[in-house]
Design a protein around this ligand. Structure first.
Ligand code: SF4
Length: 346
């Protein structure tokens, strides 16, 4: 039989590159409603941009699109094969139903809040019938980040995880399931059998704050105005609206500075002056120390103790590397007579 005549067959390298960018991209468009998942955003102006200029947002990069798609693929596997399978074996049994449930509270339609909760946990009552019990929201994340979030306070580690609690609270309000704490399930993307479940009790005050926020956003959308910029380099640099918002991320050299005068407040003046002077001094010393340390590391072998005259170099394991410490033994020697003197006769 003659060998098949293959032509232009894709190489593994080309296929790998293609797959890297293969994840479906979300269309950039204006949001028709204010999404509950975004309402806890640190920047209110961005919430208005999503409603009015969403089509101008910087498109999501391949890496981020792939991560979102990975979450879309993994979450149903986790819910069906692991989470619900485990819950059905418990007493009383429970499982997540009503996946992607929309709000039943008419306020959400009135305020135009876009909300879909990941699911509602149904728990068996005394007769064994499954009843709606509480809201559940699932989030996947890489193992490193997952291992750092163990309490509700830890959600504040990044500005994107900080929004989760608000999203869950709005889910509880929207689905009118406020009597039992919701579950925020953080799934370790590296191992689907590792999840952290944070219980979130209902917080009516926080919900009030979020509802006021959505009202303000609505007013801006209808009147064509914008809330103030937050001018936070750490947030703005990664904002999809950076180009159109153009926040002022550095102090403008032409802008008149605030002048602190001694005559107005001598205490504050002296304190600020001293701190600024100390800061400059220590900064210069820190930079010099870092540069000497880098040069030392080039010459020394990590883990190998060394004695140079009065100096002893020691090493200790620190994480996956070595931490170097340098001891001045002449100081030790100077202390010894004094210490001996302390214990001797008066
Ligand atoms: S660039 Fe900064 S201020 Fe402007 S919308 Fe984005 S986060 Fe807000």
């Amino acid at each position: 039989m003659p060998a098949p005549d293959f032509v232009n067959v894709q190489s593994g390298e080309a296929a790998g590159k293609g797959i890297r960018g293969f994840a479906p991209k979300r269309a950039q468009e204006c949001h028709k409603s204010t999404y509950a998942s975004l309402l806890g955003d640190i920047c209110e102006r961005r919430l208005v941009y999503w409603r009015t200029r969403g089509h101008e947002a910087e498109p999501m990069g391949d890496g981020l699109s792939a991560l979102f798609e990975t979450a879309n693929l993994l979450t149903p596997v986790f819910v069906d094969r692991i989470f619900n399978a485990y819950g059905r074996l418990q007493i009383p049994a429970w499982q997540v139903l009503e996946q992607e449930r929309r709000p039943s509270d008419p306020l959400f339609v009135k305020l135009n809040i876009g909300l879909k909760v990941d699911g509602v946990r149904h728990v068996a009552d005394a007769s064994g019938r499954m009843r709606p019990y509480s809201v559940v929201e699932f989030k996947t994340m890489g193992g490193m980040m997952w291992s750092r979030i163990k309490t509700l306070d830890d959600l504040g580690l990044t500005h994107w995880t900080a929004r989760y609690r608000d999203q869950v609270l709005l889910g509880m309000l929207g689905c009118e399931l406020v009597d039992h704490s919701a579950w925020l399930v953080l799934i370790n993307r590296d191992c689907l059998y590792e999840c952290t479940i944070l219980e979130i009790p209902f917080d009516a005050d926080r919900c009030e704050t979020l509802l006021s926020r959505v009202q303000r956003v609505g007013v801006h959308v209808s009147s064509g105005t914008l809330p103030r910029q937050i001018d936070r380099p750490d947030i703005c640099q990664n904002c999809p609206f950076l180009a159109i918002c153009a926040p002022k991320l550095t102090a403008h050299p032409d802008e008149a500075p605030v002048i602190v005068r001694r005559a107005d407040d001598p205490g504050r003046f002296d304190e600020l002056q001293q701190m600024l002077s100390d800061h400059l001094l220590l900064e210069a010393e820190r930079k010099e120390a870092e540069s000497i340390k880098a040069r030392l590391r080039e010459q020394l072998v990590p883990g190998q103790r060394l004695v140079v005259g009065q100096y002893v170099v020691n090493w200790a394991v620190h994480g996956k590397g070595w931490r170097m410490t340098v001891e001045d033994t002449s100081m030790e020697a100077a202390r010894e007579p004094a210490a001996a003197g302390e214990g001797g006769p008066p």
